[in-house]
Design a protein around this ligand. Structure first.
Ligand SMILES: Cc1ncc(C[n+]2csc(CCO)c2C)c(N)n1
Length: 220
């Protein structure tokens, strides 16, 4: 039987291809990406990562399966990710000060993405919310695997790429794919369609997150 995650991946493919070919990604690899754009991305991604971790916990609260619960709680605590540590190093290397962080407000696309994920949980179901989290793991893992072959001449961009290509991160991605497939098994057809929609919408926001950073989007 076709897995729901295969359907999701297929339906979101044009959006994923657009992410792979986005100038932010291409320039990360060539090294041409402006350091100011990368800094903007990191500062906005803080908002995303905070909410992403919190959502893991909120979804886990509503799930009975002990295995899935444990994985999601670990994600909420940041046990799965070296990402947090790496980001701390990036912030200190790029001299992004606490003052600069305090003065940063969430930009429109980051706000919309986070709002979408909460909507899938609060107005939807834990299965829909898990589907909304999946592109985050899976898209970055595919980008990591593609970019690692090209590498980047800029050290910090190279380290960014390596974060998403590690064996641990690939294992976490595979686990999250399996969780979404498992949650779909007990969902009815309507909920399965809503899970697919949540995944495609997150894929849309992933693409527009690169664009937000590339344009250094503001509210006005
Ligand atoms: C907009 C945006 N989307 C995805 C990621 C990647 N990411 C965030 S948390 C996590 C799981 C554990 O590290 C992964 C892969 C990101 N950083 N920013």
């Amino acid at each position: 039987m076709t897995k729901i995650t295969d359907i999701m991946r297929q339906q979101a493919n044009p959006l994923w291809e657009a992410s792979f070919n986005h100038p932010f990604i291409e320039q990360l690899s060539t090294g041409a990406l402006s350091p100011q754009t990368f800094r903007y991305y990191l500062k906005q991604d803080r908002f995303y990562l905070e909410n992403f971790a919190a959502l893991h916990g909120k979804i886990a609260d509503q799930i009975d399966d002990p295995d899935i619960k444990a994985f999601l709680y670990a994600g909420a605590e940041g046990f799965n990710d070296s990402e947090k540590e790496v980001r701390k190093e990036f912030f200190s290397e790029l001299k992004i000060t606490q003052e600069e962080i305090d003065q940063t407000h969430i930009a429109p696309t980051a706000y919309s993405y986070v709002t979408h994920m909460y909507h899938e949980l609060n107005e939807g179901t834990p299965a829909r919310a898990a589907a909304a989290l999946l592109p985050c793991y899976w898209l970055y893992n595919e980008i990591g695997k593609k970019l690692i072959q090209l590498g980047s001449p800029i050290k910090i961009y190279q380290r960014f790429i390596e974060t998403y290509e590690s064996p641990d991160f690939t294992t976490a991605t595979d686990k999250m794919i399996q969780i979404v497939d498992q949650l779909a098994e007990t969902a009815d057809q309507k909920e399965q369609q809503e899970m697919i929609q949540a995944f495609v919408r997150s894929s849309y926001f992933e693409l527009h997150f690169w664009e937000m950073a590339y344009q250094r989007q503001e509210w006005s």
